[in-house]
Design a protein around this ligand. Structure first.
Ligand SMILES: NC(=O)c1ccc[n+]([C@@H]2O[C@H](COP(=O)([O-])OP(=O)(O)OC[C@H]3O[C@@H](n4cnc5c(N)ncnc54)[C@H](O)[C@@H]3O)[C@@H](O)[C@H]2O)c1
Length: 333
């Protein structure tokens, strides 16, 4: 199938694009390189430089191209930035998604797989978090993703679009030569590995008095390969007129201290840690219920161990100690 991958120069999009190519699909990447890297785009994929905020860009990309579907990863995804600059988040994540959906309808593209997030749930009443949990986002990032989910649902009903929203928890690991390189990096594992590489002095533990076994916050980490595999299944299972919403996590929680300990074992480095107060709005535990995705897609995690995720991320970090070449990024041009 011919597929458009928005955000295919970013961490997750570039790896899902690889898996799509490895399984015989034709991939066109659509990205403005604002937060991604030209070097991350798979060599076999065509790259269209375009911006979702300009309605004509996605329309031109999809017009008359015979696309069987879109995988929509392009977004802004920094919680702190979203609180300071909500307008940016609604413009890219909501208006950008609207422009894409209208371009899909105009171009007759039947299927969509969308990167949603557990940030739509905010502070959950129950953990593991099921899809029936009330969405109560605590920041503009989560709210913008929830708004995009609503848009998608309405387009499915009105235009017979087939869509699956996958609500990711914490994504980790690497796939061969492709891995995680955000600027700024806010994710725990790559930040721990920067300490292991000697690029930063210590890692901060935000909050040591949570009601968890070791007092640090617990999060659900999923290997990027398992996450990517779910996208292929979602493409196969999407049905016209239906919008399926599925949580996508490992179903296992790991505390911040556990993650640091495993990283020490995997890297053989001491990785000094500094304790700091809790960050406002950080819940004690965020773990996905994965019953619905197992039933709907037959998806099962193949790499559930934290060791594997960290070992793969470590191999990427060692091969790319400064990330992808900064000169390839529009952000630094
Ligand atoms: N990384 C995680 O753990 C995680 C967790 C939950 C949800 N998600 C979601 O997954 C998706 C991908 O995350 P990621 O970590 O790969 O992010 P990323 O920042 O690495 O990739 C996003 C890509 O989108 C592109 N982009 C941004 N604005 C654009 C625009 N207006 N037009 C065209 N391209 C644009 C960027 O240049 C970048 O290449 C995002 O939608 C994010 O919200 C990620």
């Amino acid at each position: 199938m011919k597929l458009l991958v928005t955000g295919g120069a970013g961490y997750i999009g570039s790896i899902v694009a690889r898996l799509l190519i490895e399984t015989g699909h034709e991939v066109v990447v659509f990205d403005n390189l604002e937060r991604g890297h030209r070097e991350a785009v798979p060599r076999q994929a065509q790259l269209i430089l375009g911006d979702l905020r300009n309605p004509e860009d996605p329309r031109r990309a999809l017009d008359g191209g015979g696309f069987g579907g879109v995988l929509h990863f392009a977004a802004l995804a920094l919680v702190g930035e979203s609180v300071e600059h909500p307008g940016r988040y609604y413009r890219t994540n909501v208006a950008g998604t609207l422009n894409l959906l209208e371009a899909m309808v105009a171009g007759g593209v039947p299927r969509l797989v969308f990167s949603s997030t557990c940030a739509v749930y905010g502070q959950p009443d129950e953990v593991p978090i099921a899809e029936t949990a009330p969405p109560r986002p605590q920041n503009a990032y989560g709210a913008s993703k929830l708004a995009a989910d609503h848009l998608i649902g309405d387009f499915c009903a009105a235009h017979q679009l087939a869509a699956v929203s996958l609500r990711y928890f914490n994504v980790a690991g690497a796939h061969g030569e492709a891995g995680e390189d955000h600027e700024p990096e806010t994710h725990l594992i790559p930040n721990i590995l920067k300490v292991a590489l000697g690029a930063s002095a210590s890692v901060q533990i935000f909050g040591t008095d949570y009601p968890t076994d070791d007092g640090t916050a617990v999060r659900d980490y999923i290997h990027i390969d398992d996450l990517a595999a779910a996208h292929l299944l979602a493409l196969e299972h999407a049905r016209a007129g239906e919008h399926l919403i599925l949580n996508l996590g490992n179903g296992n929680g790991f505390s911040v201290r556990e993650v640091i300990e495993v990283a020490r074992r995997v890297t053989g480095e001491p990785i000094p840690a500094r304790e700091a107060p809790r960050r406002p709005g950080d819940p004690p535990r965020l773990v996905a219920a994965s019953d619905r995705i197992r039933a709907a897609l037959g998806w099962v995690a193949q790499k559930p161990e934290l060791e594997t995720m960290i070992a793969d991320a470590w191999a990427f970090a060692q091969a790319h100690p400064h990330g992808y070449s900064r000169s390839d990024s529009a952000a630094s041009a």
